[in-house]
Design a binder for this molecule. Structure first.
Ligand SMILES: Cc1cc2nc3c(=O)[nH]c(=O)nc-3n(C[C@H](O)[C@H](O)[C@H](O)COP(=O)(O)O)c2cc1C
Length: 183
């Protein structure tokens, strides 16, 4: 798929079919994460691919902070962690968040290019995720994403979510950038 088609195709998928993701595809996706840029090339990230059905169920049941009832059929939940000491900060901006967000977007776009669906999940309880997956104290959990084969048609929860948060809306270009000075 052409790069811009990947960008246009990507959207949050909240309904999946029960089909495993091939190991080659998973490896290609994690390679995309590996190639992401980061603060002084610190590569502060670590990903946990939770594909074991029991563990995945536990993760979903114990860590969702609001209604994530669409979760369950995806092949895996990818948990993106960071070691903040391997990244930097300036002007109160913590770059481990940036590093991991970029790598996670590489994951998401690579998955899209391979015909897979994802959905970024910010609604989780970090402490519970850390305990469940035995993540060391010095790591932060930055984001989760679902990964799997899309069902094709969005389910009711997905439809409602997309409508409530107006997922299809994007600001016009004129509102998001200006040339040479703030406008
Ligand atoms: C930081 C972040 C956190 C998000 N958290 C959730 C979440 O907890 N649950 C969910 O269903 N979608 C979540 N989303 C998905 C957004 O709702 C979605 O990206 C947005 O509505 C645009 O829709 P689209 O991804 O289909 O283009 C999150 C996205 C981002 C970037």
């Amino acid at each position: 798929m052409d790069f811009f088609d990947v960008i246009k195709t990507r959207n949050s998928i909240r309904k999946y079919i029960d089909q495993p993701v091939e190991p080659e595809k998973l490896e290609a996706i994690m390679t995309a994460a590996r190639l992401a840029p980061s603060w002084r090339n610190g590569q502060c990230w670590k990903f946990i691919v939770v594909a074991d059905p029991t563990r995945k169920k536990e993760l979903i049941r114990n860590t969702s902070v609001f209604n994530q009832s669409w979760m369950g059929k995806e092949y895996a939940i990818i948990v993106a962690c960071a070691d903040p000491t391997r990244s930097g900060h300036r002007n109160d901006q913590h770059y481990y968040l940036v590093d991991v967000a970029i790598a996670m977007e590489h994951v998401i776009l690579a998955a899209t290019a391979l015909g897979l669906g994802t959905c970024w999940i910010g609604g989780f309880e970090e402490d519970k995720v850390k305990t469940l997956l035995e993540i060391p104290d010095n790591f932060r959990v930055v984001a989760l994403t679902a990964l799997g084969y899309p069902a094709g048609k969005e389910g009711i929860v997905g439809k409602i979510t997309k409508s409530v948060v107006k997922s299809y809306d994007r600001k016009p270009l004129s509102e998001i950038y200006s040339m040479n000075r703030w406008e």
